[in-house]
Ligand binder design. Sequence first.
Ligand SMILES: Cc1cc2nc3c(=O)[nH]c(=O)nc-3n(C[C@H](O)[C@H](O)[C@H](O)COP(=O)(O)OP(=O)(O)OC[C@H]3O[C@@H](n4cnc5c(N)ncnc54)[C@H](O)[C@@H]3O)c2cc1C
Length: 517
Amino acid sequence: MVTNTIRQVVIVGGGSAGWLTAAVLASRYQGLEQGGLRITLIESPDVAPIGVGEGTWPTMRDTLREAGVSETAFFRSCDAAFKQGSRFNRWVTGGADDYYFHPFVLPQGYGEADIARHWQKHHGGVPFADMVSYQPHLCVAGRAPKQLSTPEFAAVANYGYHLDAGKFGAFLRTHCLEKLGVHYVPDHVTGIRSHDNGDIAALHTKTHGDLEGDLFVDCTGMQSMLLGKHYGIPFLPQRGVLFNDSALAVQVPYAHENDPIASQTTSTAQSAGWIWDIGLPTRRGVGHVYSSAHISDEQAERELRAYLKQSGAGEDIPTPRKLSFEPGYRAKFWHRNCVAIGLSSGFIEPLEASALAMVELSAAMLADEMPVTRPQMEAAAARFNETFTYRWERVIDFLKLHYVLSRRDDSDYWRDNRRPETIPERLQKLLLLWRHRPPSRYDINRIQEVFPAASYQYVLYGMGFRHEAGPALRHEDGALADGFLRDAANLTRRMLPALPDNRALIDHICRHGLQQR
Ligand SMILES: Cc1cc2nc3c(=O)[nH]c(=O)nc-3n(C[C@H](O)[C@H](O)[C@H](O)COP(=O)(O)OP(=O)(O)OC[C@H]3O[C@@H](n4cnc5c(N)ncnc54)[C@H](O)[C@@H]3O)c2cc1C
C-alpha cells in the first residue's frame, strides 16, 4: 500500500550531497516521534564518495548556520579556508599578464546606477572588477574577509569556503548523527522493491534487510542508482556545449608551512582546459579539467606538472588521480517518490564551483516544498523539475560565456568553443542584446537565480567584452555612478589595513575560535 502521509525520508548516499541534504532536512523538521519526519541515510561502505569538490559559494554559510553548525568547529574539522571569488588567468589572450577576478561582492552601487556603462566610458582601461569592488584588492593583498572580532558566519567582505571534501563529509555525518537525530545505516543498497503504482516502497540492503520509506532521495553520485538506473530518466548530455569530460586531481604541500593561503580559487587556462588551484591551511588542491577529445591524458598531465613546478610545488608530485565524467543533467530530477540531488542529478565541469550550490538549492527547495501527502507530490515534483531544468540551463549558459569570449587561438579547443553551433541559443541572443547594454535583471530575472546579472558583468568585462555606443545617458546618472566608484576606492583604502592576513585569521580561528553571534 502506498502510504498517504509522508513520514519517512530515506537518503541513499553519504557524499557531500547526501549529508548536506540530511542536515538541511533534519534541521528543518522535528523527528518522527514529535510529529515530524524520520530522516534515514544509507551509505555504502563499499563505494567511496568522489572526494573532490573543495570550493563553495557564500550560500554555504547560511546552509551551515541554519543546520546549527558551529563555524569554528567547521574550520577546525574540515581544513577550511576562506574563498572570496575566482581569479581567471590566461583566459582572454593566453598571455602571462592576462587575468581577471570574479569576486563574490556585488559591484558597488549595483542596481542603483549604470556603473558598467559609466566604467566603460570613463575608466575602461582599468579592469572592471578592480574598479567596482574592493574584493580583488583584498585577494591580491592576501587579506581575510573578516576581522578577528567578526562573529561566526558574519562577513566584512562576502565569502564562501575552500575545504577538504573528505573531512567535510565526515564532519557533516557527526553533526547529523550527534545533533540532528539522523538515522544512519552503513550498508550497500542491492535492489529496489516497488509499489504497484511504480513508487519505490523499500530498498534491499546487504545486511539490514529492506528499508521502507515514503520519499527517497538519490544521492548515489554519478551512477544515479534510483533516478537514472531504476527509473531510466534520460540523461541530457552537454558535451556539445561544454567539452570538458576529464580531470586529473592532486594534493600538494606548501613549500613552507606558513606560505600565504590564497583566498580565491585560481583557474589558469591551458591548451584544452584549465587548472584549478585551491589553497587549504595544510595543502593545496590542484587539478586539470580538460576535454579528452582535444588532448590526451599524458599531455594533460604534462601541463599539470608544468603548472605545479612553475607555481612552486617542487618536483616530488604524487601521481594525479584521474576522474572522468559525462557533462550533462537528467531530463527531470524528481520522479514519483524519488528526488535526485548531487552528482546523481547531473554534473558539469567545476569552473564556477556550482555543484555544491546546486545541492544546497535542491535540499532547500525540498525542505521548503516537502509534500505532506502523496497526492501533493506530483505538484511539488513538477515545480522542482521546472526550477532545476531552468537552473541547469543557466549554469551552462554562464560557464559557456567564459569560453565564447576568449580570444585564444592556440588550439582547436579554444576555436571550437567559439563555433556558433556550440553556443546555446539563449546565450547567443543575450550576447546580441549586450552589444549595446550591460547584463541586467531583465535578462536574469528570477528571484533565486544561480548567477545574478552582476556575475555576468564580471565575466563579460573581465573577458574583454566592450559595448558598442548606444544612446547617451543623462549626465546625472554618470555623477551617481562616479560616486559609487569613489566609494569602492575608499572602501579598498579603509579595508586593506583593517583586515588581517588570511592565514593569520584561520590560525586564530583554529586556536581561539570565532565569537558566537
Ligand atoms: C573534478 C571535480 C571537481 C569538483 N570541484 C567542485 C568544486 O570545486 N565545487 C563544487 O561545488 N563541486 C565540485 N565538484 C562536484 C562535487 O564533488 C560533488 O557535487 C559533491 O562532492 C557531491 O557528490 P555526491 O555526494 O553527489 O556523490 P559522491 O561523493 O559520489 O557520493 C555518492 C555516495 O553514494 C553512496 N552509494 C553509491 N552506491 C550506493 C549503494 N548501492 N548503496 C548505498 N550507498 C551507495 C556512496 O557510498 C557515496 O557515499 C567537483 C567534481 C569533480 C568531478
